[in-house]
Design a binder for this molecule. Structure first.
Ligand code: ASP
Ligand code: MG
Length: 434
């Protein structure tokens, strides 16, 4: 007998930001009672940002701030729990306490040599906490739910903060762990964003990585469809926080989705699309505020025509690289540059070259650009422009392109038939004396 189709739902931080939001999620899920459902949750609200502050404080030796911030988070979690349940369930309070204490124990030791390792051990707390709270609340609302530790399922290498999924191991763990729980008639609820190495050290998959986690579960379980529940009606033509007059796109191909998300359309994590595309699993982006509205469907089918769609990636650095001896930037140079780009984990969003120079636009993360420039210093001169934005317009019109440039200085442009990209800087406002 064929198993019933299975769906994967992902709820992000905004959908779990407080007690009212979590109640709303439970209400959405009531319509799916008895269905085979895997639920992937992020940390509540802005918890991950708060935990990043904790991680920074601890690794820079300010354990007092780390402890204080952590205890604030514990308190606000308990406030949410109290609002949700009325009385605080003892079992839940005890498991939450254990989770917070496990991070306090980290503070007893000196920071590790690797910041990224400490970061993952601390920041993963957010998803562990939210999944405990939500699972307990679903049970309380008469929705049988099994809590699953994603770290027993998603296995990565030891690239902390950006764990690379080890697919065969992950596949086998998920296939073994999840179906029996679903067969019992329970929802399976697990954490986004986190995984583990084969040695059982916690890793994370990169900021906003919960979408990717849901896609990994969808892939390994051959889901019928995956849904991401958001505070917007679906995929929009641009970020409504940055632009006016945006509209919803009803249908999108995987290809369009991957192009836009790669260049900063923050609606979906860019790594989400590939596993779904590989198994033709449709992705629905739906509104948790208006759960009956259809949202956006992302599949292999191309839409007929697309409106111009805009993605903005901030915190970009433009690195201009030129040879010290006026030799051409030839193939062997490019190979050398890319070796260093790989080792310093620079993420290149755009590149252009001339006879003796090479321009790359990269995400300006930590001190990666400095480290890269140092590594190539012997052979190359570099200049770096920071605080730039990379604007990508798919299906551009000249009018839209013009409006994007307004008030900005353009440093680089790339045009292809469907895609226009520009690297811009805000024009600084000069205040005149009257
Ligand atoms: N909580 C993590 C973050 O804020 C993962 C996610 O929300 O997808 O980055
Ligand atoms: Mg998120």
């Amino acid at each position: 007998m064929l198993a019933q189709p299975l769906n994967v739902f992902k709820f992000g931080g905004a959908s779990l930001k407080d007690a009212a939001a979590i109640r709303n999620v439970a209400n959405i899920l009531k319509a799916y009672k008895g269905k085979r459902l895997v639920i992937v949750v992020s940390a509540m609200g802005k918890t991950t940002n708060a935990l990043e502050v904790v991680a920074r404080a601890y690794t820079t030796g300010d354990t007092e701030t780390a402890r204080r911030k952590l205890s604030e988070l514990h308190n606000s979690t308990m406030t949410t729990v109290k609002e949700l349940f009325g009385d605080t369930p003892e079992e839940l309070a005890a498991s939450l306490n254990d989770l917070f204490v496990s991070v306090e124990w980290v503070f007893e030791d000196e920071p590790n040599e690797s910041y990224d390792y400490d970061y993952d051990q601390i920041v993963s707390l957010g998803e562990l906490v939210s999944s405990q709270v939500v699972a307990a609340y679903l049970k309380h609302e008469d929705l049988p739910t099994s809590w699953l530790d994603a770290r027993d399922c998603i296995i990565t290498d030891n690239t902390y903060r950006e764990g690379w999924v080890q697919w065969p191991e992950t596949q086998s763990r998920i296939s073994n762990a999840v179906p029996p729980l679903l067969d019992e008639g329970n929802f399976v609820l697990t954490q986004g964003f986190i995984g583990s190495t084969t040695e059982n050290f916690t890793t994370t998959l990169g900021r906003e990585g919960s979408d990717y986690s849901a896609a990994i579960f969808s892939y390994c379980l051959d889901a019928e469809a995956m849904s991401i529940w958001k505070d917007v009606p679906g995929v929009l033509t641009a970020d409504p926080r940055l632009f006016e007059n945006v509209s919803k796109v009803d249908r999108l191909s995987y290809k369009e989705a991957i192009e836009m998300t790669y260049y900063g359309a923050s609606i979906i994590h860019p790594k989400t699309i590939k596993p779904l595309q590989n198994k033709s699993i449709p992705l629905h982006v739906r509104s948790f505020i208006d759960p009956l509205s259809p949202g956006t469907e992302i599949t292999s089918e191309a839409g007929d025509t697309y409106p111009p769609m805009v993605a903005v990636e901030k915190e970009q650095a433009l690195v201009n690289i030129s040879t010290r001896d006026f030799s051409f930037v030839a193939e062997h140079h490019i190979r050398e540059l890319f070796e260093h780009i790989t080792t310093t984990r620079l993420q290149v969003n755009m590149m252009q070259n001339t006879a003796i120079s090479f321009n790359v636009v990269v995400n300006d993360i930590d001190d990666r650009v400095e480290r890269f420039c140092k590594l190539i210093d012997k052979d190359f001169k570099t200049t770096v422009d920071r605080d730039l934005e990379l604007i990508t317009v798919r299906h551009y019109t000249n009018e839209v392109a013009e409006s994007m440039r307004r008030g900005k200085v353009q440093l680089l442009e790339g045009r292809m038939p469907l895609t226009l990209q520009m690297v811009v800087k805000e024009i600084p406002v000069i205040r005149r004396k009257r």
